[in-house]
Write a protein that binds this ligand. Sequence first.
Ligand code: MRU
Length: 352
Amino acid sequence: MLPTIVREVDAVVMIDQRKLPAAEVYVRCTTAKEVARAIKTMVIRGAPAIGVAAAMGIALGMRKSTTTGTQKFAAEFYKVCELMAATRPTAVNLFWAIDRMKRAFGAAAAAGESVDQIKDRLDREAQAIHDEDVASCRAIGAFGAAVVPADARILTHCNAGALATAGYGTALGVIRGAVEAGRNVTVFADETRPFLQGARLTAWELVRDGIHTTVIADNMSGSLMRQGRVDLVVVGADRIAANGDTANKIGTYTVAVLAREHHIPFYVAAPLSTIDLSTPDGQHIPIEERSAREVTHAGGSQLVPDGAHVWNPAFDVTPNALIAGIITERGIFRPPYTESLAQAFEVEAARV
Ligand code: MRU
């Protein structure tokens, strides 16, 4: 399986997703600040992977701290958490992972642990977040395989694969799960302007796995659907609100509308850590806007004349009414989502 991110004793190492597929380069972050920068600049991206990176970055930052007193250590810890929280606003897994690290810290402090013991606990928590994410993705894949018909032609947008998670992927997890279940699957990967996660990353992962993949420019999906060449759409998510409205990579909404027009089921695959019951609906999801340069330039070449204005929202919101089901590690949730998601979390709370 692809090593998206690995913790070493004195570093967090990640594959540089900006360089793929042309080069397989690994970035070694030796400070929390470097990890935060890697998230911001999209060395690592994808909601669950961002959460794992933040958790590992916090653990690394605190491991390297030379502070001895617990009070000063606590002040440093909360500062590092703030640094991570300021990287990208939409993917809720980031804030979920930071909260988990804060809870681990709180439990350690309440138990009167020493600075060294707290450092160990933070390392273990970050690794647990990583390992649980891989397990969640595999469960998503196993549940999701059930909605994939025989000889399925699946369209996906952006990259919700091993690279976007700790491994295996969410939307690509469903595809991998279907392949493992013996289905014959062919994938259409939207190239996903402007950062090209579909063309560069999804295609790279799937080709490596030997899964038949066709890359299309974003504006081709409507025509493809009209020709009856898509059976199913599966995408990932950056934040799912309490009512099921889903923020994902810009262009996802367009795909969902097209899928509805052509009577193609549109599924979202995501772990529970992407569901944010404290956000009531899509209107309340903060949408990150990124630099104009991502739109005006590609691979160093200028595509847009100087003087033209640019709008570059990184995500859009797909209304719940367009979503056939939300595939999670605990099963597939169906509309009405306000009820099914709330119930899922009640069951989850009873498990722990
Ligand atoms: O801007 P990105 O590349 O971080 O956006 C990624 C996506 O939109 C993914 O679809 C989403 O995070 C789900 S990843 C399992």
